[in-house]
Design a protein around this ligand. Structure first.
Ligand code: MF3
Ligand code: CO
Length: 250
C-alpha cells in the first residue's frame, strides 16, 4: 500500500477525530490519581468515545482487547488496562488512545505522573520525551524526509542522556490506523520517504531512561524495557501542509 496524501476536506475530518482523542485523553488525565486502576481509565475512555459518537480504534485491532493502552513505569507501550493494576504515587502512566470518526482515524498518547511525588529524574524523562515529539513535529514539512523527523527526535533524546526505542515506530494514518510510511524515532537526515503535501503521520517517541532494548511480556502485548528502566511515550497526529506542520490531535 502506497503513501496516501489527504485533501483539505479529509484533513478537516481527521482534525475532528483528533479532537475526540484529545477530549478522551483530557478526561482520562484527570482520573490518574493514587489508588485508581488502569481499568477505571479504560471504562471512562470507552464511555467518553460513545458520548462523542466515535468508535475505538484499538479494540479488536489484531484482537487487542481494550480501547486504551495503559503502560506503567517500565512498560513502554501496549499495556493492557486491568482491574488489578493499581496506580500509586510516584508512578508514571502512558495513556495511548485511538478512535475512528466518520471513517477517519485519530491517535495520540500522553504520559502522566501519578501524584506530586514523582522524582525530578522522571519528570525530566517526561519533559524530554514531549519536547522530542515537538522536535519531530517541526520537521514534518513538505520536501523533508522521514529521516529528518527521526533524527530530530533521536538527537534531542540522546543529548539528554536517554534512549529511543527501535522496535516500535510512528506511522501514516488516515482511513486506516496504520498507513505507510513508518516513522521511526531514529534515523539519518535526508534519508527515507519524502514528505508531501497532505500526508498525515503519527509521530510517537518512546523514550527509555536506560538502554533502548525492549522485550515482550507473556500477554504478547505489553512491551517493557529490557533493563527495567522507566519509559515515556507521547504521540500526536500531524498533517504536512503548505503552512507547515499542523497538529490534528489537540
Ligand atoms: N499508538 C499505538 C500504535 O499506533 C497503539 C496501537 S495499539 C493497538 O501502534 F492495539 F491498536 F495495536
Ligand atoms: Co500510533
Amino acid at each position: 500500500m502506497a503513501i496516501v496524501c489527504k485533501s483539505t476536506v479529509e484533513i478537516e475530518k481527521m482534525r475532528r477525530s483528533g479532537h475526540v482523542v484529545r477530549q478522551v485523553l483530557d478526561d482520562v488525565r484527570r482520573l490518574v490519581v493514587h489508588g485508581a486502576t488502569t481499568m477505571e481509565l479504560e471504562r471512562a475512555a470507552e464511555q467518553k468515545m460513545k458520548d462523542l459518537g466515535a468508535k475505538p480504534a484499538f479494540k479488536g485491532y489484531y484482537d487487542y482487547p481494550c480501547v486504551l493502552c495503559t503502560s506503567v513505569n517500565e512498560e513502554i507501550v501496549h499495556g493492557i488496562p486491568s482491574e488489578k493494576r493499581v496506580l500509586k504515587t510516584g508512578d508514571i502512566v502512558s495513556v495511548d488512545c485511538g478512535v475512528v470518526l466518520d471513517g477517519y482515524y485519530g491517535d495520540a498518547a500522553i504520559t502522566v505522573p501519578v501524584g506530586e511525588d514523582v522524582t525530578p529524574e522522571l519528570r525530566k524523562l517526561l519533559s524530554v520525551t514531549e519536547a522530542a515529539l515537538y522536535r519531530g513535529i517541526d520537521q514534518a514539512r513538505i520536501g523533508n524526509a522521514v529521516g529528518d523527523v527521526g533524527a530530530a527526535v533521536q538527537e534531542y533524546v540522546e543529548a539528554h542522556g536517554f534512549s529511543v526505542v527501535r522496535e516500535f515506530v510512528g506511522h501514516g494514518i488516515g482511513t486506516r490506523l496504520h498507513e505507510e510510511p513508518q516513522v521511526p524515532n531514529f534515523g539519518t537526515r535526508g534519508r527515507g520517504a519524502r514528505l508531501c503535501q497532505g500526508m498525515v503521520i503519527a509521530i510517537e517517541p518512546m523514550v527509555n531512561y536506560g538502554k533502548p532494548e525492549a522485550r515482550l511480556l507473556g500477554d504478547k502485548w505489553t512491551a517493557v524495557t529490557a533493563d527495567g528502566s522507566y519509559s515515556a511515550h507521547f504521540e500526536h497526529c500531524v498533517a504536512v501542509t503548505r503552512d507547515g506542520p499542523v497538529i490534528l490531535t489537540q
